[in-house]
Design a protein around this ligand. Structure first.
Ligand SMILES: C[S@@+](CC[C@H](N)C(=O)[O-])C[C@H]1O[C@@H](n2cnc3c(N)ncnc32)[C@H](O)[C@@H]1O
Length: 193
């Protein structure tokens, strides 16, 4: 899976086909993390793209951020952007091969980018990477798409997928979606069982 996926995503980056990029951290995340006092929480952002969420978290004082993207071109951009910042680890890797231990995983248009056949593996991998009571903080699409990626989904599907391994603390319509996505996103918090 890795090579085909890597080539596909890297060519999207090389040719500037990054229409998913909203150009800023998603407001639901900035609200969620703004009041956190535990600034040394270990936070993983898989399929991070341009790293807007990482940039925000660093700007408010978080000190233990890890970002992963499979596309070398995306990672070159990240390395330039976060040059020499000791509070962020930048990895060019396949999320499904990654090993680590985190308090939070931030999900934004990565889940929708992977083949739906890999959704069970995503639930397992996020579970494996989180510490006890660790959480996925997720923005997930609440709509279908023709073809894909992106691949869509619904609240019921996500509950069914994650509920064996996670306590679904919250999953509701995202009240802070950007205008183009308003009404088509969910915001969820899933705690590792
Ligand atoms: C739709 S983009 C979303 C990027 C970013 N999360 C955003 O919202 O702007 C999906 C990203 O996931 C990366 N990606 C795809 N498969 C991956 C994998 N298996 N492991 C790590 N990154 C992957 C792609 O290179 C791409 O940057």
């Amino acid at each position: 899976m890795q090579d085909a996926s890597k080539d596909f995503w890297n060519s999207r980056w090389e040719t500037g086909q990054t229409g998913w990029d909203i150009g800023a951290p998603a407001p639901a995340f900035t609200t969620y993390f703004s009041d956190f006092s535990q600034k040394n929480a270990a936070i993983l952002i898989p399929g991070c793209g341009s790293g807007h969420e990482a940039e925000f978290l660093l700007s408010i004082g978080f000190t233990n951020i890890t970002v992963i993207d499979i596309a070398p071109k995306a990672v070159a951009i990240l390395n330039e952007k976060f040059r020499s910042n000791p509070n962020i680890t930048i990895l060019c890797n396949d999320f499904f091969q990654h090993e680590g231990s985190y308090d939070y995983i931030v999900e934004q248009t990565f889940f929708c980018a992977i083949d739906p056949d890999h959704r069970e593996a995503y639930a397992q991998q996020t579970h494996d990477l989180l510490r006890p009571k660790g959480k996925i903080i997720a923005i997930l699409f609440d709509r279908s798409f023709e073809g894909g990626p992106p691949y869509g989904g619904s609240k019921e599907e996500y509950i069914q997928l994650f509920t064996t391994k996670f306590n679904i603390l919250f999953i509701e319509a995202n009240q802070q979606s950007i205008p183009q996505r308003m009404g088509s996103e969910l915001f969820g918090v899933f705690e590792k069982k």
